[in-house]
Design a protein around this ligand. Structure first.
Ligand code: IP8
Length: 272
């Protein structure tokens, strides 16, 4: 893409980056402040940024307790001071709005205006084949950053509702919005895809990854209702198959700026 042509970049801010995943509705304010500075710098460089964020502890814990990812089941009683799945849906949506507002406020403090597109308003169905028109993300003003996030969405009966992951949104936006040249998955705590478990000192960062190569990761299925690193990697390589440059990085300010600008950056480049 020529230097004078605006570049569109989709940045996925992982729930584990923005929140403390083990503690209900706990945002990492200092991290979000750093991310907002990075996004502001990308906008200043003339890059059209689209943000998709995950849920972390603002989504997965209640959704898991009330089995919202499995759809309507009147037998479920998930506690957490809620009486029904319908109450849990409203509660998770409110929590997601709260996390979104923290990010939006921080962006605004850094001079970045955003438009918010909660999937509950424009999506039907969960998974990568959801029904919904992503053309709303094809903004024509660089300073206006569209934001969406993982959410509880309506599904066709008898399921009625489900959880749409931000990783599925990233794939659809990345491949269907014209002009997206890069997708960046910014994660907490890891530099990218590692050769072993992140907490293992002998694990090394893999500079590249393609499907079929070993993928060692933990899926905290006791916490997460979506697919964790496995879903992320699958969607990432599917996007790469569409000719999009895809990187997984640790969500530090300088790395988001570098990767978002297409410069060399510590992380894992994903191939198809
Ligand atoms: O964290 C999950 O989105 P993700 C959304 O992007 C909810 O997979 C509400 C749990």
């Amino acid at each position: 893409m020529g230097k004078d042509v605006a570049e569109r970049v989709v940045i996925k801010l992982g729930g584990g980056l923005l929140t403390d995943k083990s503690s209900l509705c706990t945002a990492k304010y200092e991290v979000i402040a750093e991310i907002a500075i990075a996004i502001a710098e990308l906008v200043r460089r003339g890059i059209f940024v689209i943000i998709v964020h995950g849920a972390g502890s603002f989504g997965h814990l209640k959704a898991k307790s009330w089995q919202l990812h499995l759809g309507r089941n009147d037998e479920i009683s998930g506690g957490m001071e809620l009486k029904s799945q319908d109450e849990a849906i409203s509660s998770v949506r409110r929590d997601m709005d709260e996390l979104n507002e923290i990010l939006v406020a921080e962006l605004s403090r850094n001079g970045v205006a955003s438009t918010i597109h909660p999937p509950r308003e424009w999506v039907v169905g969960s998974g990568v084949g959801f029904k919904g028109d992503v053309s709303r993300f094809a903004t024509s003003r660089c300073g206006q950053v569209p934001i969406t996030f993982g959410d509880v969405v309506t599904c066709d009966p008898p399921v009625d509702f489900g959880i749409l992951s931000g990783d599925d949104l990233v794939y659809r936006i990345g491949t269907e919005v014209p002009g997206v040249s890069r997708i960046i998955f910014a994660m907490g705590d890891v530099d990218g895809i590692m050769s072993g478990l992140p907490e293992d000192d002998t694990s090394l960062l893999l500079n590249s990854w393609r499907p079929g190569e070993a993928l060692i990761g933990e899926h905290h299925s006791n916490i997460d209702v979506t697919g964790g690193i496995f879903l992320k990697s699958e969607r990432a390589s599917q996007a790469a198959a569409n000719g999009i440059e895809v990187m997984m990085i640790k969500g530090l300010r300088e790395r988001i700026i570098a990767a978002g600008s297409g410069e060399d950056c510590v992380g894992t480049k994903i191939f198809a």
